[in-house]
Design a protein around this ligand. Structure first.
Ligand SMILES: Cc1cc2nc3c(=O)[nH]c(=O)nc-3n(C[C@H](O)[C@H](O)[C@H](O)COP(=O)(O)OP(=O)(O)OC[C@H]3O[C@@H](n4cnc5c(N)ncnc54)[C@H](O)[C@@H]3O)c2cc1C
Length: 467
């Protein structure tokens, strides 16, 4: 029997454990899986709270349906019928810019007609088609890349808000190659230009019938479950046949060298588990502590992955007191607008049924890399900021009838310049510890889709190692 320990019960740890179980069964390999989660609740950043008839997401809202990994997992778990795609109206997104909400154009014609960018800004974007290939050299930030292609105005009004919305990040600091590797491929195919690259991809798709992703922005349709995103976590926990230990922190991982290395997971309270395989699916700073003695170099590289705080404020209102059509997904705030929020999701428009009859639920994000200090304010202060900003931005002067705050002090890992190199060093060093694997959102993507994709690959490596 091969003893497998998975550390961390977020979406990464749970889906890794489930995939190992399924793959090992297919190959006739015996595995005894134990998953250890520090908190009393599974899910990590994927948790849903139900209170007073509201269904509120603590962290992630859902996943996009334009990548296969989570949908495949949903299929393997047999919960397709519980999926809840976002409402059609949620295709409409807004940017708060120049003191008002402006619709994000969905097509080139709409872009030309839109007042989101000035005429000069639009012309600069159109000039993208003439972008020359960048000489090989230094790694670029997302903002540097976008500036080179589309100019500063597009960075401020399109790119920076999107980066804040997806990564809670600062476009001037995050690495283009680690955050949007696909766009670099499109750029290469277009000999320097994204527009040329996309046209080429569309032509190829027409010829071959094989669809290649033409854009590498978020795209896709936000998807969740009727009972909230935690359905995914609850089902995974149900289907994992091994032990799930909750409320115990793994403090240290050490190694015993036998014919094949074995590992010991030391838990708080002097408990320990021996394993043939350990997979960490914990935040980088936690994993760093666990393996400090086992491998100081990996530990150091993990510590170099910064995290930003982000807080979520959920506000409920009487719908009839909201003098606003609320016909969209919500909005993100452009750079330089001097507002105190990253953006706001019009949750009840995206996923009907998340508030009691006649009520409406908003979700406001505060903090991130641009204003980390705000995320750490008290709950009352955060509610006041959210309320005040909705009033100034959307004209909502009603009083909320429900409020809830979720603070994520180390909310989202940031793939800053040098991230790829850090990963290469970590991966090289991990080869020296056969049987030790690492997954989670600190490495190859923060979205749920990336976590489930990495969990799948990790489980493949684990089962490959066992066979
Ligand atoms: C506010 C917010 C909104 C988001 N929105 C979206 C969204 O809409 N769509 C999307 O795709 N992504 C979204 N994300 C990102 C996504 O939710 C996360 O990247 C993903 O859930 C991370 O999963 P994980 O399992 O890798 O890590 P985590 O969820 O952080 O799980 C790690 C687990 O390890 C446990 N742990 C830590 N230390 C130990 C230890 N020593 N021993 C044992 N266990 C330990 C933790 O308690 C935790 O449960 C959002 C993130 C945040 C913060």
């Amino acid at each position: 029997m091969n003893r497998v320990v998975v550390v961390g019960g977020g979406i990464s740890g749970l889906s890794t454990a489930f995939n190992i179980q399924e793959k090992a069964r297919d190959k006739g390999i015996d595995v005894d899986i134990t998953l250890i989660e520090a908190s009393e609740k599974l899910g990590g950043k994927v948790q849903t709270m139900r209170e007073k008839g509201y269904t509120i997401e603590v962290g992630a809202n859902g996943f996009l349906d334009n990548k296969p990994s989570t949908l495949k997992l949903v299929d393997a778990l047999g919960i397709n019928d519980l999926l809840q795609p976002s409402n059609d109206v949620a295709r409409k997104r807004f940017i708060y810019s120049d003191g008002k909400l402006k619709q994000l154009p969905e097509s080139p014609i709409a872009f030309l007609k839109s007042d989101l960018l000035s005429l000069k800004g639009k012309m600069r974007v159109a000039m993208e088609i003439f972008t020359k290939p960048k000489p090989e050299g230094e790694e670029e930030t997302i903002a540097e890349f976008a500036r080179r292609h589309m100019g500063q105005e597009a960075v401020n009004k399109l790119i920076a808000p999107m980066v804040s919305g997806v990564f809670g990040g600062d476009a001037e600091k995050l690495s283009m190659e680690s955050c949007f590797p696909l766009l670099l491929e499109v750029e290469k195919e277009g000999n320097g230009s994204l527009i040329r690259g996309m046209i080429k991809r569309m032509k190829q798709a027409k010829k071959t019938g094989i669809k290649m992703k033409a854009t590498a922005g978020p795209g896709g349709r936000l998807t969740s479950f009727k009972g909230g995103i935690q359905t995914l976590i609850d089902t995974l926990a149900e289907k994992i046949e091994g032990d799930i230990i909750k409320g115990k922190r793994v403090e240290k991982i050490s190694r015993i060298d036998d014919k094949k290395p074995k590992y010991i997971a030391e838990l708080e309270g002097n408990d320990a588990l021996e394993a043939d395989i350990i997979i960490t699916a914990t935040p980088a700073y936690t994993t760093s502590k666990m393996i400090k003695e086992l491998d100081p170099e990996i530990s150091q590289k993990l510590l170099e992955i910064p995290y930003v705080p982000i807080s979520v404020v959920a506000l409920g209102y009487n719908r009839k007191e909201l003098n606003h059509p609320l016909d969209g997904f919500g909005f993100l705030v452009a750079r330089n607008e001097k507002r105190k929020i990253i953006g706001c999701l019009w949750t009840s428009s995206i996923f009907p049924g998340r508030a009691p009859e006649g009520k409406y639920l908003f979700r406001i994000m505060i903090g991130g890399a641009m204003q980390p200090e705000l995320a750490l304010l008290s709950k009352d202060q955060l509610i006041n900021i959210a309320k005040g900003e909705l009033m100034e931005i959307m004209g909502i002067d009603a009083e909320p009838i429900f409020a809830k705050v979720f603070r994520h002090e180390k909310g989202i890992p940031q793939y800053t310049l040098g991230h790829k190199k850090r990963l290469e060093i970590i991966e090289k060093r991990l080869n020296k510890h056969p049987g030790l694997f690492m997954t989670g959102n600190a490495f190859r993507g923060v979205g749920i889709n990336y976590c489930t994709a990495d969990a799948y690959l990790t489980s493949q490596k684990v089962v490959g190692y066992l066979s």
